[in-house]
Design a protein around this ligand. Structure first.
Ligand code: SF4
Length: 433
């Protein structure tokens, strides 16, 4: 490993090398326990810290011997779980050597990235455009190039081989969310030859190479490649850990139904409602045979909390709280189930009680009361609640960005800071509106 250039551009570094590249400031050793304020932007200040391992280089024999030693110690002591924090990171600085996609990361960057990783954003932006979107998703869709994705997955596989464990499986997690502010079932990526890949292709590759499964949350899909992905998952569910199906009156199709009703346009209104009901019936009929653990198949029914008030905009346009409340949501759910062509799937097969799972899975009622993200347009007042820092996780973005997302209690919106380094993605990211 050679350091070609180090330039520290700020005098309050969270993470900085000295000239010999052997020391870090104390906080860098344990990012996971650092207070939330340290995750904020502008604290990651080392720039142009160019580490160059060269294409064919491998970690030094000392590094490999040290890894072997720590693994042996763990085995002798009967400790099953192992992760990067069990190592003196200074002694495995060159762990990413020769892995092109991680070329700019050393062991401490990797530890930071993987310490609390929960999501890889295969795409950003969502065509559903629900009026209540906690993630505040953009209309513009940005998708990870398939060749970049392959490089990332292969890079993780090489790290897994070097370390003897997958550093991306933090805290014993063996699953990851492939999205945050997007509809994962609508992920469609292309490689440089124009071949298309869907979310099943992505999950299968990830599982085969790294042993980690995908958690999917879906609000429905309307693309044949998404349907094919869902059918592929049913045939081969090994690469999927869980699925959560979001049903709620906030979806754009359903809101268009409401809008047209208010505007005395029942024919058009019904077309939108049919569109929503057909889409969600298809989701349930297609996924019911996934054969996942009962706890891992969830219908996430959402509604407006009784204390939440609609914003002036919605009231002015004739909407009422009752359009989005628990009754409205339950009615919608019942209507979807009453329209299933498959008569073997009944609403009663989904238990409301997680202690008594139903035949297919669990029905989970979520009452929305906060106005995080785009929900701020829909809901007037935020119920007062303590703004307690809850957790912080890292996310890989579609262009190889490394983000830190700080979540507050009960608030799922993105609060992203950028880490000072990113993955080395060589191919252009796909963007479409
Ligand atoms: S709530 Fe989910 S499905 Fe709806 S717009 Fe946001 S990201 Fe998309």
């Amino acid at each position: 490993m050679q350091i070609q250039k180090i330039e520290i551009t700020h005098n309050k570094p969270l993470y900085a090398f000295n000239k010999a590249n052997t020391q870090t400031l104390p906080l860098a050793q344990n990012y996971g326990n650092a207070p939330s304020s340290l995750y904020r932007a502008n604290l990651f200040v080392v720039k142009n810290n160019k580490l160059s391992f060269g294409q064919n280089e491998k970690p030094s024999q000392e590094t490999l011997n040290y890894i072997e030693l720590i693994r042996k110690n763990h085995a002798e002591m009967g400790i099953k779980s192992i992760n990067l924090r069990d190592f003196d990171l200074d002694r495995i600085q060159d762990i990413c050597a020769g892995i092109d996609v991680f070329k700019d990361l050393d062991a401490k960057d990797l530890n930071f990235l993987t310490h609390n990783i929960e999501e890889i954003m295969l795409s950003r932006g969502c065509s559903h455009q629900c009026v209540h979107c906690g993630a505040d998703s953009s209309k513009k869709i940005t998708t990870m190039n398939w060749n970049n994705y392959e490089d990332l997955v292969n890079g993780i596989a090489v790290l897994k081989e070097r370390l003897g464990f997958n550093p991306f499986n933090t805290g014993g997690n063996t699953s990851i969310f492939p999205f945050h502010d997007a509809e994962p079932m609508m992920f469609i990526s292309k490689d440089n030859n124009g071949n298309k890949y869907n979310i099943y292709d992505a999950a299968k590759l990830f599982y085969e190479k790294t042993g980690t499964k995908f958690n999917i949350t879906t609000a429905g899909w309307h693309h044949p490649l998404s349907q094919k992905a869902a059918e592929n998952f049913v045939q081969d569910p090994t690469c999927i850990e869980s699925i959560s199906i979001s049903i709620h009156p906030f979806h754009r199709y359903y809101v268009n139904y409401l809008k047209n009703l208010k505007q005395n346009n029942p024919e058009q209104a019904n077309k939108w409602k049919e569109k929503y009901i057909n889409m969600m019936s298809n989701v349930i009929e297609t996924t019911a045979d996934l054969g996942l653990k009962i706890d891992n198949y969830v219908i996430d029914l959402q509604c407006l909390d009784k204390d939440a008030e609609l914003s002036d905009y919605y009231i002015k346009n004739g909407f009422k709280k009752t359009d989005f409340d628990e009754n409205a949501s339950r009615k919608l759910l019942e209507e979807i189930f009453s329209r299933l062509k498959r008569k073997d799937i009944k609403l009663s097969d989904f238990s409301n009680d997680i202690n008594k799972p139903g035949k297919y899975g669990t029905l989970f009622l979520r009452k929305i009361f906060n106005k995080s993200g785009r929900a701020g347009n829909l809901i007037k007042e935020e119920r007062s609640r303590p703004s307690v820092f809850e957790s912080s996780n890292t996310i890989i973005g579609p262009a190889g960005e490394i983000f830190v997302n700080s979540e507050e209690a009960g608030n799922v919106k993105l609060n992203l800071s950028r880490y000072h380094k990113k993955l080395n993605f060589k191919h252009p990211t796909t963007i479409k509106s």
